[in-house]
Design a protein around this ligand. Structure first.
Ligand SMILES: [Ca+2]
Ligand SMILES: [Ca+2]
Ligand SMILES: [Ca+2]
Ligand SMILES: [Ca+2]
Length: 483
């Protein structure tokens, strides 16, 4: 669940960080000496107070619109390829949230500008952070988190996605956005802010959970810095009543800084996240693959029983400490998929003949698309789990399954689809890519087409279990699309 800029910068009550209703920024910045000569050499400057075709405030890092921390400023990508530049005074250690929000919803399309944000040093010569959409992606709006390395001024560019990615851009029907920049407040009720010492399981930092406004569970926005080569940050949470799972996003906090690539600008490419019981038993862990840190799954997602848990953020194995190893992520405590009916040790769904029925529900927007979601466990001794559902002739069966990629200790997790008793497709989960059978981007295999109406069975199994990570869970979504 998205926390929102205001919630992240606001302290609980009176004395909150001032969020300027109307900033002094727009239109008041004067041309600086630094940009003299850039706009036509010897041409005379316009008279003070006269605006002509010369550079407008916001047109470059040399001529930015001033934005104080806490400011929200109206802007627009109202010319093809237009970017607007803002200057922001900052201090070392400031943890910033930068938003460019629009009227976009999860359903809206290209009629509303798709915003993107890039953070530079003051003169624009060095990129410090770069981002298209938020992580996870809710809409096309940009939401970027960045920890400031040194006192000074940042230059922040807001532009549209096409310009950001180096493509030709056309003005959207609604080109308007609000650019906001603020300091994340450790006192905000949605924020759990790294406060040392929190290095041991014996003395963790208490994490905050803000209850959802609807439904069971809650969330926190977790931010911190691994300040030394040995720093780890451990937080303690109690699973909220009615919640049954934890999810921790693993955004591209430190992806290489480059055009058309999203990165918060941390010197740590990704982080390892470990969930333990308070007795030290690891129940879930998502650790970036050695040598392929950026290929880690994009979130840990694990079922939990009621109780207290320790969540540790640490530096991926083999990664040297950097100068600004910060992290920023959303942690959700929520409900999860319907669990298999097999109880541990009963092994009632191990074969095709004993497959459990999987209920598929038609999508409200598209009755030809039906989906079912499941949570299962493959503890030692459980040979396989099987789930059956009906398919029609020429139905396409896609799926998205995760075990180790979601933080489970299962190894060699395998998905195999049978139609009318015949194996049609099989795939073993790789630690480097999601197991996803679809026609979409990032698919590991294409969907399976049923040649005739019949019963399909999805069978899941594993070849091994981690000695460290006791999680034996997996999650699957099954999607059947009729012609
Ligand atoms: Ca720390
Ligand atoms: Ca620590
Ligand atoms: Ca099972
Ligand atoms: Ca089973």
């Amino acid at each position: 669940m998205r926390q929102g800029w205001m919630a992240l910068v606001a302290v609980a009550a009176v004395g909150s960080v001032g969020v300027a209703a109307c900033s002094s920024g727009g239109g008041t910045a004067a041309p600086t000496a630094a940009d003299a000569g850039r706009d036509g050499g010897a041409a005379p400057r316009p008279e003070a107070g006269v605006r002509d075709a010369g550079p407008q405030p916001g047109s470059s890092c040399a001529l930015p619109i001033e934005a104080e921390l806490g400011a929200s400023l109206a802007g627009a990508s109202d010319a093809d390829g237009k970017s607007v530049y803002y200057s922001v005074p900052v201090k070392a250690g400031d943890f910033l949230v930068l938003d460019a929000t629009t009227a976009a919803t999860a359903e809206s399309g290209e009629e509303i500008v798709d915003t993107a944000i890039t953070v530079f040093n003051a003169d624009g010569s060095q990129m410090l952070a770069n981002l298209d959409d938020a992580f996870p992606r809710y809409t096309t709006d940009a939401e970027l988190f960045h920890r400031v390395k040194a006192d000074g001024t940042l230059c922040v560019r807001v532009t549209d996605f096409a310009t950001w990615s180096g493509e030709a851009s056309l003005v959207a029907v609604d080109p308007n956005y609000t650019f906001s920049v603020g300091k994340i407040s450790p006192a905000a009720d949605v924020v759990t802010f790294d406060a040392e010492p929190n290095d041991t399981d014996a003395a963790p930092q208490a994490g905050k959970i803000k209850a959802y406004s609807q439904g069971n569970g809650g969330s926190t926005f977790l931010v911190g810095v691994l300040a030394s080569a040995t720093d780890v940050d451990t937080f303690k949470f109690t699973l909220p009543t009615g919640a049954a799972a934890i999810s921790v996003e693993v955004p591209p906090i430190g992806a290489p800084l480059a055009a058309a690539s999203s990165s918060y600008g941390s010197t740590m490419e990704r982080f390892t996240v470990t969930v333990k019981k308070t007795d030290g038993t690891v129940v879930a862990e998502l650790a970036p693959p050695a040598g392929n840190i950026a290929k880690v799954g994009d979130s840990l997602s694990a079922p939990l029983s009621p109780g207290e848990y320790l969540l540790t953020v640490s530096r991926p194995a083999g990664l040297a400490a950097g100068a600004n190893d910060f992290y920023a992520t959303t942690v959700n405590f929520s409900t999860t998929n319907t669990a298999e009916t097999e109880t541990l040790g009963a092994n009632t769904n191990d074969t095709l003949a004993t497959a459990q029925n999987l209920a598929l529900t038609a999508a409200a927007a598209d009755p030809k698309r039906k989906s079912g979601y499941l949570l299962g466990f493959l503890p030692a001794g459980d040979a396989a789990d099987s789930f059956q559902f009906a398919v029609g002739a020429n139905d396409q069966v896609g799926l998205s399954c995760g075990a180790a990629r979601n933080g489970s200790g299962l190894e060699g997790f395998k998905a195999e689809l049978f139609v009318a008793g015949t194996s049609k497709q099989v795939e073993t989960e790789s630690v480097l890519a999601d197991l996803s059978w679809s026609g979409g981007r990032g698919a590991s295999k294409a969907p399976v087409t049923a040649t005739a109406a019949g019963t399909a069975v999805l069978q899941l199994s594993a070849t091994g279990r981690s000695a460290r990570n006791t999680g034996s869970f997996y999650l699957c979504g099954v999607h059947v699309v009729s012609p």
